[in-house]
Design a protein around this ligand. Structure first.
Ligand SMILES: Cc1cc2nc3c(=O)[nH]c(=O)nc-3n(C[C@H](O)[C@H](O)[C@H](O)COP(=O)(O)O)c2cc1C
Length: 404
């Protein structure tokens, strides 16, 4: 008879905050620190979450709806809830990395966003979830970018996400983790003290037979077995002249299919994106990892959705930690949201099942908010569904605004 260890922790968690605490306990300090990220004094990363907290609800006491619908579509793909996976480089979090995230998203009926800096290839990930969007930064010359787009298309990527908001911000007041160029003996010895305190993490990698190699397989050139190291890839990116709006138009044309521009926080940029021919935008400040001082991103959403929501699909990412945050974003004009750290905490806490757990938390939070609001579908959400403080919105880049 198998006797269960009575002290073993129930792997299920009830909130993203609990998953984050478990991630902190399980990951080596530098891996955890790389996921916390943020930049400079952390004004933006803080406001991304705090701004959601400033929004409230006025629920009903009776007359609630017995069934509530939350399915929608993003760039032609049906999703069972208005939440999809935002691309992140899941280096060293879990041996199954992005494949586990992709499987979890597929199991919960939604879309996987794969970063070009990811640790697993577009081919493996698209196999795990046929509804995968591939994300690219503006890095390398045009021929290299065409090769990468073609590879993603061949692998079956259903849309391209271009993330163009990166501002190469360096340094944060709480310190940056030291990331080795590659995991060799020297790096292993240096990291030993923090890794030895996280035996579960080490054991998971040892069992899978793979050590985190910190390379970017999706940036490998034709015929190359392995991609560049993370630092090699970053170097190429830093040395690529920043894109113009003509470059955005070129990228849209070259891809020739559903295309999302990620990182928009101004109304004027949203309008230019429409002119450039994109099919969707994500209102985003890269989760507060970029230019610090950018407002909490939910503040920027409604003015943008009002301006371009009839012409392109408007998504939001940044600061989503619970189902009620999703409801607030949809009420302010988002068709769906993308999540970043929320699923990274779930992955660190419990692999694929942890990411599924995060989707389940968001689903039940959305349902609970709709129930309280007396609505039977996310389609009925409007700004009037919320309590919005005066001076909440930041309409950036409109003529009457000081930020023009
Ligand atoms: C560790 C980490 C790595 C990220 N890597 C990428 C990336 O490679 N490409 C990208 O477009 N965005 C990247 N992002 C940004 C996310 O896609 C997303 O915009 C952000 O995480 C949303 O904020 P949230 O974490 O508060 O949900 C990264 C974010 C984090 C935290």
């Amino acid at each position: 008879m198998k006797i269960e260890n009575p002290w073993k922790q129930n792997p299920w968690f009830e909130s993203v905050a609990v998953a984050q605490r478990r991630a902190q306990k399980r990951l080596p300090a530098s891996v955890y620190g790389a996921l916390v990220a943020g930049s400079e004094r952390g004004q933006t990363i803080h406001d991304n979450e705090a701004a959601f907290k400033a929004l409230g609800f006025a629920p009903h006491v009776a007359g609630h709806k017995p069934e509530r619908a939350m399915n929608t579509s993003v760039l032609g793909i049906d999703v069972s809830l208005p939440v999809i996976v935002s691309p992140t480089g899941v280096q060293a979090v879990h041996p199954d990395g992005e494949v586990a995230v992709a499987r979890a998203a597929a199991a919960r009926g939604t879309i996987m966003g794969l970063s070009n800096f990811a640790s697993r290839s577009i081919e493996e990930v698209a196999e795990a979830n046929p509804n995968t969007f591939f994300q690219m930064y503006w890095t390398g010359d045009r021929d290299v970018m065409i090769q990468r787009m073609e590879r993603a298309r061949r692998a079956g990527a259903k849309a391209l996400i271009a993330t163009l908001d990166w501002s190469f911000s360096m340094g944060r007041d709480w310190g940056s983790p030291e990331i080795p160029e590659k995991v060799d003996i020297k790096a292993a010895v240096r990291m030993a003290p923090e890794v030895i305190r996280r035996p579960g993490w080490l054991w998971r990698f040892a069992k899978s037979g793979a050590i985190p190699d910190l390379t970017a397989p999706n940036l490998a050139g034709p015929g190359e077995a392995k991609g560049p190291t993370f630092f090699g890839a970053y170097y190429e990116w830093m040395n690529t002249p920043p894109p113009t709006w003509e470059d955005v138009e070129w990228m849209v044309r070259e891809w020739g299919g559903p295309f999302m521009l990620k990182g928009v926080c101004r109304v004027d940029d949203a309008k230019r994106a429409v002119d450039a021919g994109v099919s969707a935008i994500s209102v985003s400040n890269h989760g507060g990892n970029n230019l610090d001082g950018t407002p909490g991103i939910i503040r920027c959403l409604n003015p943008i959705a009002d301006a371009v929501g009839d012409e392109v699909e408007v998504l939001l990412d940044g600061g989503i930690r619970r189902g009620s945050d999703v409801v607030k974003a949809v009420a302010l004009g988002a068709r769906a949201v993308m999540i970043g750290r929320a699923y990274l905490w779930g992955l660190a806490a419990n692999g694929q099942a942890g990411v599924e757990n995060v989707f389940d938390i968001l689903r039940s939070g959305i349902d609970s908010a709709l129930l309280g609001l007396g609505l039977d579908s996310i389609d009925q959400l409007r700004p009037e569904s919320l309590i919005i403080p005066d001076d909440f919105y930041r309409a950036l880049g409109v003529p009457e605004s000081v930020t023009k």
